[in-house]
Design a protein around this ligand. Structure first.
Ligand code: PLP
Length: 358
């Protein structure tokens, strides 16, 4: 498989934006090339961040920081303003608007389709099977030659399950397309990451985010791991200075708090299982799906089959100030709400409130 055959011609031919510092390899010295403020910055709370200067467009030290933690070579890493930015960039690299297609097994994270719609790229939505696993035959039947990208999510949002490894790898082998596997929630699963497979499959891209287990949704930072050819294409199309220096600084500090991250994960998993047991004991609840993520998908009993029960619980929870996510209109998710795992106090309050509502 040749990645370059999948890329839009205008992107292959694109001459990316360059700065004078690319040519002279300088970020020290007397910098009079970028119309910055040489006098200083108005942000004076933290020294040495050099916020008057543009950040490094090559993400050199960000990539080094993650190489050190994850043992993924820096050449295989790219950072985005959240993984949402990378989703958009990948569509722009590979899909010609109005011509190419993206295949999305559903139910899953809604942004894949939104990003395709924004880019005028048609989506082929296929169903996951009753265990929320990939149905290879359904995919084979729906695949068309100009399907450039598959968006997969494992653990899947909002169903919470990991996708089976052999199915995903089969897709990588069988289809001449880019296979993106979104691992936003992988830290809450004991195993199941595809990150080591990027060296075996040139068309596989693993997407990760700092918004979940790391507790850094506010700094907007995600990354992907893939073969170097794909990474270089992403560098071509991104905005020159997409990752800002405050975000980079926050990451550096947070990476020193690996133990705190592990503590959060342990606590969230423990609470997830406790809440699952509690909810399962309620007569009004038909199913609490097993989850490898930081949320639970909860199906309510409803003889009307019109999502009335789920919507009633949603509204009554909101009246009491507890916001959960309605997923009942997604395919295969009738009467389902998605509930993020909160801290112990929040979970107790949620449980107590649902018990009263039901
Ligand atoms: C599956 C999945 N991927 C990506 C994201 C977006 O992550 P980020 O905050 O890095 O943009 C989310 C956010 O909820 C998500 O559920």
């Amino acid at each position: 498989m040749e990645i370059k055959d999948l890329v839009r011609k205008n992107i292959l031919n694109l001459k990316p934006y360059t700065s004078a510092r690319d040519i002279y390899e300088g970020d020290k010295g007397i910098l009079l090339d970028a119309n910055e403020n040489s006098w200083g910055s108005t942000f004076t709370s933290i020294d040495n961040l050099h916020l008057n200067r543009y950040p490094d467009p090559h993400q050199k030290d960000l990539r080094q920081l993650i190489e050190n933690v994850l043992s993924i070579p820096h050449e295989n890493l790219f950072f985005g303003v959240g993984s949402d930015e990378i989703i958009d960039l990948l569509i722009r690299v590979f899909c010609n608007p109005g011509k190419d297609k993206v295949l999305i097994p559903e139910p899953t994270y809604g942004m894949y389709k939104v990003a395709c719609d924004i880019n005028d790229v048609e989506t082929i939505e296929v169903l996951l099977d009753d265990n929320f696993q990939i149905d290879l035959n359904v995919i084979r039947a729906s695949y068309t030659e100009n399907t450039k990208i598959f968006f997969l999510c494992s653990p899947n949002n909002p169903t919470g399950n990991l996708l089976m490894k052999q199915d995903v790898l089969q897709l990588c082998k069988e289809f001449n397309s880019i296979i993106i596997i979104d691992e936003a929630y992988i830290d809450f699963a004991i195993e199941g990451s595809f990150i080591d497979e990027i060296k075996n499959y040139p068309n596989l891209i693993v997407l990760r985010t700092f918004s979940k287990a790391w507790g850094l949704a506010g700094i907007r930072l995600g990354y992907c791991a893939a073969n170097e050819e794909i990474i270089n294409l992403l560098f071509k199309v991104k905005a020159p200075y997409n990752i800002n220096s405050l975000t980079r600084y926050a990451l550096e500090i947070s990476l020193r708090n690996l133990e705190l991250k592990e503590k959060y994960i342990k606590g969230i998993i423990k609470e997830r299982e406790r809440l699952k047991n509690l909810l399962e004991s309620l007569p009004g609840i038909a199913n609490v799906f097993n989850s490898d993520a930081n949320f639970l998908l909860v199906k309510f009993n409803d003889s009307t089959d019109r999502n009335k029960k789920a919507k009633a619980v949603l509204t009554k929870l909101a009246e009491r100030g507890i916001i959960v996510r309605d997923r009942s209109t997604q395919p295969k998710l009738k009467n389902c709400l998605r509930i993020s795992i909160g801290n112990e106090e929040e979970n107790d309050l949620l449980w107590d409130t649902i018990k009263k509502i039901i």
